[in-house]
Design a binder for this molecule. Structure first.
Ligand code: GLN
Length: 254
C-alpha cells in the first residue's frame, strides 16, 4: 500500500521524493479509481485554478470529496491547502471548485505575487514535540495563501506575522491562538483538523522531512483506530525496499 500524490500539476515529484526519503512509496494520482489503492493523499502546491480545471476535466472532484469524507488522511500544501478549504477568497473571476472539508477561510496569494515569495523561520512546537529536531522550520512561501479564519475543530500548527500592508480578520479563531503568540497581527499558515493537514508553505522543497513524517504518523494513527480493511495499513506496511534518493529537495539549510 502507498500514499497517493495528486499529480495533475505542481510539485508532486518533490513530495514523492520526500516520501521515498522516508522509505514510503508515493503513487501519482490522476484518475478517480486510482484513489482506491492508496491509504492517504497529498495534494501538492502548484496553481490551484489550473489544478481545479484539470481535476474537473478528469472528473476527480466526487472521488476526492468522498476520500475526505470517509476520513482518509489528506495533506494539502499551498495550492493543496486552497483545494481543501471550505471557503476561499482572492480567487480568479468566476471562482474555482474546491474539495472542501477543512473548516477555514483561506486567502489566495495572501502574501502577494511571485516576487513577494519568501522563506521564513516558523515556530512549530507541536511538530517538534512529535518529530524531534529544532523548534523551528524553514518555510518556503511561493505565492502562498494565508488562513484567515478557522473553525473550532481546527488546530493551529504554525502562524507568522502578517506583512505590514495586510490586515487579517481578527475573529475569535485567530485571537484564540494565544499560546502560539498569535494576535490579529499574525496569519495562520499550518493547521490540522482530524485527518486533514494543511500547510501554506512547501515542506517538500526543503531537506527537513518532519512534516512528511508527521503526516505518516497521522496515517498510522488512523490505521490503529480502524479495524476495518479500508485503512488498516500501518506505516510499517507503507515502507518499501527501494533505496532512498537524496537528489531532492532543492532547499538545504546551511
Ligand atoms: N497561489 C497559488 C494558487 O492560488 C498557490 C501557489 C503555490 O501552490 N505555491 O493556486
Amino acid at each position: 500500500m502507498a500514499v497517493g500524490v495528486l499529480a495533475l500539476q505542481g510539485s508532486f515529484n518533490e513530495h514523492i521524493a520526500a516520501l521515498r526519503k522516508l522509505g514510503v512509496k508515493g503513487v501519482e494520482i490522476r484518475k478517480p479509481e486510482q484513489l482506491q489503492s492508496v491509504v492517504a493523499l497529498i495534494i501538492p502546491g502548484g496553481e490551484s485554478t489550473t489544478m481545479a480545471k484539470l481535476a474537473e476535466y478528469h472528473n476527480l472532484f466526487p472521488a476526492l470529496r468522498e476520500f475526505v469524507k470517509i476520513g482518509k488522511p489528506v495533506w494539502g500544501t499551498c495550492a493543496g491547502l486552497i483545494f481543501l478549504a471550505n471557503k476561499a477568497t482572492g480567487q480568479k473571476t468566476g471562482g474555482q471548485e474546491l474539495i472542501g472539508g477543512l473548516d477555514c477561510m483561506v486567502h489566495r496569494n495572501f502574501f502577494g505575487s511571485q516576487l513577494q515569495s519568501f522563506e521564513a523561520e516558523l515556530l512549530i512546537p507541536k511538530i517538534a514535540a512529535k518529530e524531534g529536531g529544532p523548534p523551528s522550520f524553514r518555510g518556503v512561501f511561493i505565492r502562498a495563501p494565508g488562513i484567515l479564519e478557522v473553525g473550532p475543530e481546527v488546530e493551529v500548527l504554525a502562524d507568522i506575522p502578517t506583512p505590514s500592508n495586510k490586515t487579517v480578520h481578527s475573529g475569535p479563531s485567530v485571537e484564540s491562538q494565544e499560546e502560539n503568540g498569535g494576535s490579529e497581527n499574525k496569519v495562520i499558515v499550518a493547521v490540522k483538523q482530524g485527518n486533514l493537514l494543511a500547510t501554506a508553505f512547501h515542506p517538500e522543497l526543503t531537506a527537513d522531512t518532519r512534516w512528511h513524517s508527521y503526516f505518516l504518523k497521522m496515517i498510522s494513527d488512523v490505521s490503529e483506530d480502524t479495524s476495518s480493511s479500508t485503512v488498516s495499513q500501518s506505516t510499517e506496511d507503507l515502507h518499501f525496499s527501494e533505496p532512498p534518493i537524496y537528489d531532492l529537495p532543492i532547499y538545504q539549510q546551511q
